[in-house]
Design a protein around this ligand. Structure first.
Ligand code: FE2
Length: 434
């Protein structure tokens, strides 16, 4: 073995597991592995996970906060207007530099796969060229999947569809859309049909910004599910945001959930951004605005959490930490049972890996040796503490390292330091959701 990690705790609760790595892949995963490694790492009971996966991001806008000004109202629509002001001033070098810097942050956070939308409504396709360059450059350490995103509307922006097709021809992976931003509900539905037909023709995946509003009658997810079934795209389509579902009538949703499940359309919620941008027109009570995550999961729909934005016209926070995303997600969705919290961990690891179609992702012999050792004893503790990423491995090679969280104390009669992990022997058995 090139490397053996000893005494790992796995996300499914297995303890004292040794992981043998050879030629960049997991060669063995079992208790008390007899084989020796050229290098050995003692995980000492720490959680060893597959890397984090962000199913929804905008890398063309990342780290542009304050350019040319900040979003005063904090709304989605001012963010789109602000991005429109910024777009003509973008340069390829600046786009590449900001994206590479963010990918450095991502690796340090154990985030090794990102699906990023890229705006195709600028006829120069400057951002497309820049992010394709970034995709090539980060490939050794991060999987960057790109979505051709007609930010200004496929039908509303006269050149958007041609640009989207050009972007796909240049190497962008996935077909995007934004039906709720078209001029009318009917044009939104038309855009979904056109984009799904194009994806079916080309054999591509689809990921649309869909119903990102508080309007209970914004129902493009219904059209997306229908087109997915009609065109046989099951398992290749995702609806991002779906925030209008938060405001919909419950009777209608009781019909919609089985339709989404039947269509095999995945749902991608973006808790940090949804809780920030939605409900802005409300006084009180004020809607949370995130889609119905536990209900979608219970219906059998794949649900992932995305970061969506970091320091851009829509959101002035964030640092590439998917544990922060899951932390917010479980609060907004009130998913506080242990099984529910574990489902939130899956929503930033295995589930988005499936949605992106990542090859070789997993904790089993034969999978890529892409691993994160966390300063935590379980997925629940990892989310609670937004735990330090002690080691991040890509293809069996250490690509990032961080110290465990530690504080010194100077108190009479008390210990000289604290760690924030749960006491051994004080770990509750999983009683299921409350
Ligand atoms: Fe988005």
């Amino acid at each position: 073995m090139d490397l053996v990690i000893r005494n790992a705790t796995l996300p499914d609760g297995r303890r004292d597991i040794d992981i043998g790595i050879a030629d960049g892949r997991i060669a063995a995963l079992e208790p008390r592995l007899a084989a020796r490694g050229a290098r050995e790492i003692d995980a000492a009971g720490d959680l060893v996970s597959t890397p984090f996966v962000d199913a929804h991001f905008h890398m063309d806008a990342v780290l542009s906060y304050g350019l040319p000004r900040v979003n005063c109202s904090g709304t989605l629509l001012e963010g789109i207007a602000l991005w429109g002001e910024l777009k003509p001033t973008l340069t390829q070098d600046a786009l590449v530099e900001r994206a590479l810097r963010y990918c450095d942050w991502a690796v340090a956070r154990g985030l090794l796969a990102i699906r990023s939308h890229v705006d195709v409504c600028d006829d120069r396709l400057l951002a497309v060229e820049a992010l394709l360059e970034v995709k090539r450059r980060v490939a050794p350490y991060l999987d960057l999947q790109l979505v051709a995103f007609p930010q200004d509307g496929l039908l509303r922006s006269p050149t958007a569809f041609d640009n989207l097709k050009r972007a796909i021809d240049m190497g962008v992976d996935v077909v995007g859309g934004i039906p709720h931003f078209e001029r009318t509900m009917a044009q939104g539905a038309e855009s979904v049909r056109l984009l799904c037909e194009f994806a079916a023709e080309r054999g591509l995946r689809v990921d649309m910004h869909c119903d990102e509003s508080d309007d209970p009658l914004s129902r493009h997810i219904e059209t997306l599910a229908h087109e997915t079934l009609r065109l046989g795209l099951q398992g290749r389509v995702a609806g991002s945001h779906l925030t209008s579902m938060h405001s919909m009538d419950n009777y209608y949703v009781s019909k919609l959930l089985p339709l989404i499940a039947e269509s095999g359309v995945a749902a991608i919620a973006n808790p940090l951004i949804n809780i920030t941008l939605q409900g802005r027109h409300d006084t009180y009570p004020k809607r949370r605005g995130m889609t119905r995550v536990p209900e979608l999961m219970a219906a059998g729909v794949d649900v992932a959490f995305g970061h969506d934005c970091v320091l851009d016209p829509w959101y002035g926070m964030g640092s590439g930490d998917m544990l922060e995303v899951a932390h917010m997600g479980l609060h907004v969705a009130q998913m506080t049972g242990l099984e529910a919290i574990e489902a939130c961990f899956d929503a930033i690891t295995a589930t988005p890996a499936r949605i992106l179609g990542l090859e070789g992702y997993g904790l089993a012999p034969g999978c890529h040796a892409d691993l994160v050792i966390l300063d935590a004893g379980s997925p629940v503790e990892a989310i609670r503490l937004r735990a330090a990423r002690r080691l991040v491995l890509r293809r069996g090679r250490v690509v990032a390292e961080a110290p465990a969280a530690a504080s010194r104390l100077y108190l009479d009669g008390r210990p000289d330091g604290v760690d924030f992990r749960m006491l051994q022997g004080n770990k509750p058995e999983n009683p299921g959701a409350p």
